[in-house]
Design a binder for this molecule. Structure first.
Ligand SMILES: [Zn+2]
Length: 412
């Protein structure tokens, strides 16, 4: 049997036992198993012979010190004082994901140690991504949850907690997307699907919520100049033109994220990205990046622009600023889309749009690896690229989203 468990030492009434990946040794012989969540099983010797699961708290004079299977510091029972119940026991559903709570420790069905839960109903997450043993969740980072059980003093405890303004029947990412898109209820079936396709990655990773809270949301409205959308510089809110969004949507479901279109300037073509919701979101997203990151994006853009002027000079009669290409140059284009050449802001917004869908994300990774890396950092090392003041709230939110099964722990 392979055990995924902690490593360190158990002190049992003055006796010291070695623990190696969950196996407890005494004089070279295995005398029991211990899991990350503090359950023991198949014990013998000084623990007494018992094959059933028992929490460490139930064994008088027993303390574990070491690291869990994920390498985070682990002390069991958490307070370091044996046999003292320090939190509730019962069942917890966090964003509909079921957990078992034993004396304040939140345990996964596979005995993973997920976090802590106290008698006041506060949740703390063990954050393996940033290696912090205890991140307190607040009203912004906590997901909907319910708890049924008893407090450490034996009193019954029942909690139904809901995020402010959330639609209780919806999972987090869907709910967040609906909150972002103010006119959601006006949208028809395929428009809704298009919205979720554009925004899914940003929603499950907490980036959408961070942008919404710090910059603004998105609504339908009249956009002039025939653009599909625009982002207000002053308000930070996005306005999307429904007809233009409809044209983008049609192209997206017909051709995928990229479309190559004819221009009025023969024989030139232009590459388009058919993800206007994610594009406008990209403009809002740029505002939450650190000054250093924004500067680096500007430099990347300038460098690409100079190269583009050399390799794909624009025809004299063309008044625009998009990258135009002859048929055979499409696969050798510098910018991910023609419009990305317009400014460093459009360059970034088009790349955010491309990142949102697997097919175009792969293209971005291959053709603009540094910008890809910057955007990818938002998911796994946001502290490298976002404004320092937003770091803690995003770390807590992402730890919460991993616990709630919204955000995968592996890179996208
Ligand atoms: Zn734009």
């Amino acid at each position: 049997m392979t055990t995924k468990g902690p490593s360190g030492f158990i002190e049992l009434n003055g006796q010291l036992l070695v623990v190696d990946f969950g196996k407890i040794f005494l004089d070279g012989a295995i005398v029991g198993l211990i899991f990350d969540d503090g359950y023991l099983q198949h014990t013998s010797g000084p623990f007494g012979t018992n094959k059933n699961l028992r929490p460490v708290d139930a064994i008088p004079g027993c303390v574990f010190r070491g690291i869990d299977s994920g390498g985070l510091e682990l002390i069991l029972p958490q307070c370091g004082e044996a046999n003292k119940l320090i939190g509730p026991t019962g069942s917890l559903k966090f964003n509909s994901v079921p957990f078992h709570v034993i004396n304040g420790r939140i345990a996964a069905p596979d005995h993973g140690f997920i976090g802590e839960f106290d008698d006041d109903g506060k949740i703390f997450v063990r954050d393996y991504a940033t290696r912090v043993t205890k991140r307190e969740l607040d009203e912004h980072s906590c997901l909907n949850f319910s708890f049924e059980g008893k407090k450490s003093n034996g009193e019954a405890m029942t909690i139904e907690w809901t995020r402010k303004l959330s639609r209780r029947d919806k999972p987090y990412a869907e709910d967040e997307t609906i909150r972002y898109f103010m006119d959601y209820d006006q949208l028809k079936g395929q428009e809704k699907k298009y919205l979720f396709d554009n925004m899914k990655l940003w929603a499950i990773s907490g980036i959408l919520q961070t942008v919404r809270r710090n910059e603004g949301n998105c609504a339908l409205g009249n956009v002039r100049h025939g653009a599909a959308g625009q982002t207000g510089v002053r308000t930070g809110n996005v306005t999307l033109d429904r007809d233009e969004m409809g044209r983008d949507l049609e192209m997206f479901y017909k051709h995928g994220p990229f479309a190559v279109v004819y221009t009025r300037y023969q024989p030139y073509l232009e590459v388009r990205i058919n993800l206007v919701v994610a594009h406008e979101f990209g403009h809002q997203l740029e505002f939450i990046l650190s000054k250093a990151t924004q500067d680096e994006i500007f430099d990347l853009y300038e460098k690409m622009l100079r190269q583009c002027d050399k390799q794909h000079p624009l025809p004299d009669e063309y008044p625009g600023a998009s990258e135009l290409l002859k048929q055979h140059e499409v696969s050798k284009r510098l910018f991910i889309s023609g419009y990305a050449r317009f400014s460093s802001h459009e360059y970034f917004a088009e790349s955010v749009a491309a990142f949102s869908i697997e097919e175009s994300r792969r293209y971005l990774k291959e053709h603009d690896p540094r910008l890809y890396q910057i955007i990818e950092s938002l998911f796994y090392e946001p502290e490298k690229v976002i404004r320092p003041v937003l770091k803690d709230q995003l770390h807590s939110l992402q730890a919460s989203l991993r616990m709630g099964g919204e955000m995968p722990s592996k890179p996208v």
